[in-house]
Design a protein around this ligand. Structure first.
Ligand SMILES: *[C@@H]1O[C@H](CO)[C@@H](O)[C@H](O)[C@H]1NC(C)=O
Ligand SMILES: *[C@@H]1O[C@H](CO)[C@@H](O)[C@H](O)[C@H]1NC(C)=O
Ligand SMILES: CC(=O)N[C@H]1CO[C@H](CO)[C@@H](O)[C@@H]1O
Length: 395
């Protein structure tokens, strides 16, 4: 059984069953002028932890693993029930687990992440291949919206929604995706420390050793969006040991945070690194004009979009499709998101303004797990848990 077959089956199940568009009248309105779209009470709900990069890798995530000991296994539970739903009693999940055990034991997980994963597994008390598998599942499904913007007061801002969990079991009772809901409960912010100082901040899920969004203190901000193409072929090659010297994008994000000291160094690193997945890196800096979207395949840059490059003025917005490609008709967050940014305007760019854009149902979906808004200029890094109250698109 190949991973592609599984993915295809999941897609078929997700599209054929229970998922309905929101009932009329559904109005995906932009909420930038709606005062109720912002609530101070939403601040600070995502907890902060420290990860000390000078500690041995095996120990770095122990505090997080301890706190989330009981919440990490349910994530695996959702993955397992999804596989069972498709394949019934056939031992497919055990087989997939076996592939990951072989990959882990075969040394295909790079240092220091392999030891970090072992450290988490030891604290949670589950087999290491399960944490190893979770780390890779995160790599495969993240549909998101990211924005880099300049404001009228000459500040740089960067914001993103993380959409996750479509194709992973729709719960008709509460009209939500089980995986998205489970992931909301394990969302964490991390201060990565080095030499006793805060080097960078990142947001991720407990149990995962990569980051999805991050800010190198005083220098640059980064988020990554998936590209709407299948990475399963390369994943299979990696699992079977045929693909060596590759990188997972979420670990690339940590590497760039640790090793690049400026926006330009980060841009060079993200343009050249060899990696497994196709993706979009959205990179922002501290100076006006430092904003770019690097469109990547496994080996090189396919295209790059920049602030003020003729097509783009004061902001860049990226979902999961190349600029020349039409989004899936069920998933046009781009048109609505752009309209909402224009309504916000350069004057409105701020923590609250960008949050409201991402809180609008033009970009918010049932799969949205969290929102992060960052600014090097203002030293802002805020993560928010998201919900999309009915009526809302399932994906
Ligand atoms: C950072 O760079 C150093 C020196 O080039 C390298 O040894 C190290 O592996 C890099 N760290 C990461 C996390 O990529
Ligand atoms: C990646 O993109 C480059 C530049 O467009 C292209 O030359 C190369 O063939 C692509 N590689 C893959 C694996 O698609
Ligand atoms: C309504 C919403 O949740 N936002 C987007 C999600 O997907 C629908 C259709 O898939 C888009 O039209 C929305 O822009």
């Amino acid at each position: 059984m190949r991973v592609e077959v599984i993915a295809f089956a999941l897609f078929a199940v997700a599209l054929s069953s229970k998922v309905q568009p929101p009932p009329a009248p559904f109005n995906p309105e932009c909420r930038v002028n709606d005062p109720t779209a912002w609530d101070d009470a939403e601040l600070g709900k995502v907890p902060w932890f420290d990860v000390d990069l000078d500690a041995p890798p095996h120990e770095r995530y122990q505090e997080i693993a301890q706190v989330y000991k009981d919440k990490i296994p349910p994530v695996l539970g959702v993955l397992q029930s999804m596989v069972q739903m498709i394949f019934g009693d056939a031992p497919v999940f055990e087989m997939i687990e076996g592939w990951f055990r072989d990959a882990y034991e075969g040394g295909r997980y790079p240092a220091p992440y392999s030891d970090e994963i072992q450290g988490i597994a030891d604290v949670v008390g589950i087999p290491v291949e399960q944490i190893a598998m979770m780390n890779v599942f995160y790599e495969l499904s993240r549909w998101c919206t990211s924005i880099v913007a300049e404001s009228s007061d000459n500040s740089m801002w960067h914001a993103r929604n993380l959409d996750f969990g479509q194709l992973f079991i729709w719960d008709p009772e509460i009209e939500t995706w089980d995986l998205t809901d489970t992931l909301r409960q394990v969302t964490v912010n991390i201060n990565f420390m080095k030499g006793g100082k805060l080097l960078y901040k990142g947001t991720t899920f407990a149990g995962h050793t990569g980051i999805i969004t991050g800010m190198r203190m005083g220098e640059f901000t980064l988020s990554m969006n998936a590209k709407e193409v299948s990475d399963y072929g390369l994943l299979m090659e990696w699992l079977t040991g045929d693909l060596k010297d590759t990188n997972f994008a979420m670990w690339v994000e940590r590497q760039v945070m640790e090793n690049a000291t400026t926006f330009e160094e980060a841009r060079t690193y993200l343009s050249n690194v060899q990696q497994m997945s196709n993706c979009y890196y959205i990179l922002g800096g501290k100076e006006l004009g430092q904003g770019t979207i690097i469109i990547r395949n496994a080996t090189s840059v396919e295209q790059e979009l920049k602030l003020h490059d003729g097509n783009n003025d004061w902001y860049l917005l990226m979902t999961n499709y190349d600029p020349q490609q039409d989004p899936l008709w069920v998933d046009d967050r781009r048109t609505g998101g752009n309209a909402c940014m224009k309504e916000l305007g350069k004057d409105g760019v701020s923590l609250q303004g960008l949050y409201k854009v991402l809180k609008s149902k033009t970009t918010l979906n049932k799969t949205t797990a969290h929102t992060v808004v960052m600014s090097i200029t203002h030293g802002v890094y805020e993560a928010f848990l998201q919900q999309c109250p009915n009526p809302c698109w399932p994906f």
